[in-house]
Design a binder for this molecule. Sequence first.
Ligand code: SAM
Ligand code: SF4
Length: 333
Amino acid sequence: MTNSEPLLDRFGRVHTNLRISVTDRCNIRCFYCMPEENVQFKPRSEILSFEEIVRFTACAARLGVNKLRITGGEPLVRSNLSELIRQLVAINGIEDVALTTNGLLLEDQLQELKSAGLHRLNISLDTLTEETFQRISRRTGIEKVISAIKSAIAYDFNQIRLNAIAIRGLTENEIVPLGEFAREHKLELRFIEFMPLDADDQWEHEQVLSGSEIRSQLESAFCTLEPAHRKDPSQPAIDYNFSDGRGSIGFINPVTQPFCHDCNRLRITAEGKIRNCLFSIEEWDARELLRSDADDMQIQQLIRDCVAHKKAGHGIDSTEFVKPDRAMYQIGG
Ligand code: SAM
Ligand code: SF4
């Protein structure tokens, strides 16, 4: 196998997209992701250094990875994150670098992130009210998030997208206000179905609020939603444009409409485990190689091995489904 061959799995999926978790720490405690108390964070010595992340990413880029997403935990709690982004943007072959953040620490870092070359921002916004924000995150601060979103608009990123979780019993009253906010500020909004990756093991199928239910509410409140042109066939979201020309809405429906057949994503956790799926129960240890005298070819072979073992789908609805030991904050969403 030569270096130039694409990262192809057994089902013909070519992997070009890498999600890098830079920390398992977070400044809030969303109930759908983290436990409320006694969170066991990895010791700092186990977390990959910037140098290790950059070397790993350069190896992946040589195998055709061209798109990165920086995530966590909350990536902006990692000090000097913009320096890492500057180095990642400079890697040969990397064309697009995005950051997913809860927005709380964003406003003060916008200038340095932009200067570092960050292309796109995804900001999580589940509600516009402080009361619901606190119910979700067990912390305060929605006004900081909203202020950061408004400030980010001036920075001319290639894209700013808002992500909202879709949970029955929580999200119904948020749909229309979030839709209005996104339309007013000309931002894309995506609803993501609640997945069984919460730390407290409370997920139940009945709590999944499907994209089609949200769509009906938005159409009743605003106007019809027309299917948008699918720019990237491997994108997880199904996007719609409002027929009055004011904005677009997307739905990521991993539970009710799995998109595994087109998945081109790989993940590396903050402590250097490569995963071929959010729901993987197997991991490949890149840190062990990065901290030994292994050469880049060995790291590349490990990435290939991980891709080669990818399953056809996550199988959430199958009786054989096994929930991963890790919660979302330990994987990187
Ligand atoms: N801390 C950052 C944030 O919240 O944007 C980045 C990491 S967070 C794990 C990434 C995304 O995963 C967030 O948009 C969050 O809403 C989503 N997420 C977390 N747990 C989830 C779950 N159980 N099901 C679906 N999405 C989830
Ligand atoms: Fe933190 Fe993001 Fe998880 Fe919320 S979803 S607890 S902000 S990592």
